[in-house]
Design a binder for this molecule. Sequence first.
Ligand code: ATP
Length: 680
Amino acid sequence: MQFKQEKESLSKALAVINKQYDRLASIPEYIGDDFTEKVLEDNRRRLRESLIVAKKEPYFARLDFKDEESEEVKATYIGKAGVFDENTGDVLITDWRAPIASLFYGFSGSEDDVYYQSPDGVVEGEIYLKRNIVTYEQELQRVVDRYIRGEQGSSGGDEFLLYKLEDQKDNRLRDIVATIQGEQNEIIRYPLNKAVIIQGVAGSGKTTVALHRLAYLLYEYREQLTAHRMIIFAPNTIFLDYISQVLPELGVGDIVQTTFPKWVMTSIIDDPKCSLESLSERRKTFFESGILEQNNWKGSLDFQQQIREQLSQLEKEWLPEEDFIPWENKQGVPLKKIRNWIEADFKGNPVTKKYERLKAKLTRWVEIEAKMYEEKKEQEQARKDGKQELRRYLRKWKKRKPYELYAQILKKMGRKDLLPPKNKITLDDLAPLLDIHDYWYGIERDEKFDHVVIDEAQDFSPYQVSVLNARTKTASFTILGDLAQGIHSNEGIDEWNNFINLFGTSRAKFFQMTKSYRSTYEIIAFSNIILSHLTNRPAFAEPVFRSGEDVHIQQVEAEEKSAEIISWVHKMKDQDMNTIAVILRSEAECNEIYPKLKEEIPELTIITTEDKSYEGGISLLPVYVSKGLEFDSVLMVDVDEEHYPETEQTIKLLYVGCTRALHHLSVIYSGKASKLISKG
Ligand SMILES: Nc1ncnc2c1ncn2[C@@H]1O[C@H](COP(=O)(O)OP(=O)(O)OP(=O)(O)O)[C@@H](O)[C@H]1O
């Protein structure tokens, strides 16, 4: 009955969508210069894009709602893009980001009155139906009622979520518009002008939520935001590739997606002689050797303060020390006056701007003073001499690049030992260099970000976040991470207060996400055992109750290891798993075993720190490279005392590896099993 009804509604909606699309597609694209025509073309382009999305999957949900002012229960169909019926002007499909759609995500089934915030104020009312609708290639596939008013126990919500979570994954992260959960919805729709900081367990949907939040912000604050002034910082290029589909799926383009080092190197360090020490190389050395680096003082706010003090000192010393006297026997501009211009009139300007303004002012002064000579010829000569003298005067102020200033500052601090060679700048030097650049050269208003997303933010230092904050219009951030996965903790933070204090409690909003959507109950319970070994650990993950197989733990003879891996991979292939990962402790070990495995598993690919993309299928990779990714089945290899002793670093690494698995996790070891997989 419902199915038949929905089938009819779908075909009606599709008829309108197709007709509208065909009409628009028949209008030739306008490529002239007429302003009005260009605006109209732009509108048509946007409409066409929405209709293309709607043609593919018109909607995924229906919400029946009666607002208290009205007698009638109205059905709202919710889709990825909003569509109007151009004949009637009625809303045919409501965009998932519209205020009323929030009811669909936030409503958990209580019969009490509910409300949403519309542009005209609060709308109260009652929900009669909450329904998920699955379509594929314009055909209705499934109708799942999650709530029917008056019917007991009608909470198909979990059932529908489980049906979605049981899907196998390919090589890309996907959108979740049909199943956004209440706690996720709250974060996605949190207002723009605060720093939203999220601690979320592995698999809680942090990355996914951050990307949906961007799509929401662009919709809700379309007058204030532009996509190309929003930026996502992700940990590495593989990860960027892995998340690259979500925003286009949500109809959002143009948002810059990059890594912090890449962005700093291209945007401020325009010195060809400066190059970054290979970050992957450094991290590799660190993980392969297991040697922990020193605490990162260069990432601290204390270091920033010292840099700032030195900068202001340098700026003072940089000022000229003599009067400007361009012509003999004539009064020039006294030093006192010049200093006053710089310190009072040009106050608030960055150093190079002050220089530019002073240059302009002195040039004007020369022009005016030259006119005081009576003869035209004399005037011209005076102008010429004056300008020449001005060039000489200004030449005393040497232009300095950020690296040179950095070198000078560290020397003054008596810490020359902290200066990296120019061709080997390290990650820790990027925040100070950016800070120095911005102090000296300034940031243009149109260079500032409207919103910044930092993924895996536990690996960011307070200094990095502080300089990004200075480059962001209204401290508008989405900062997400998991302290339990802070495998680069020597680079980052060990508590979120480091960032909360930086913004101030009134400018920051902290959320915790403890539900894990990625893995089965058994995998999460197993990973929580590993986590229990961590002193100062964040909250345990709570599973969404999706049960699967037990985690397989097996001891194998060292010489049988390759054979065991091969047999496991074949077993997973027989179970039709899409993405399969064999995870080892180090890259060297991956390289060593790879040829042997490849003989028996020709489709096997090895993923290393240098790789730029993840192709899916069957992968062999070191554990620290697996961070952020996910696979249907995971085999953790060498989980023994030697590879995973009880240290903070290895607890986090093993936790990261195990929580990559969606449906199946196996663990093998030779010799003694790591203590981390037994209760601590
Ligand atoms: N509401 C949801 N509905 C369906 N799937 C979801 C939902 N929330 C998260 N997921 C799925 O859970 C998985 C984990 O999501 P995501 O990678 O965003 O989590 P994360 O917290 O960033 O993970 P990690 O920190 O472990 O890398 C993804 O497959 C995502 O599609």
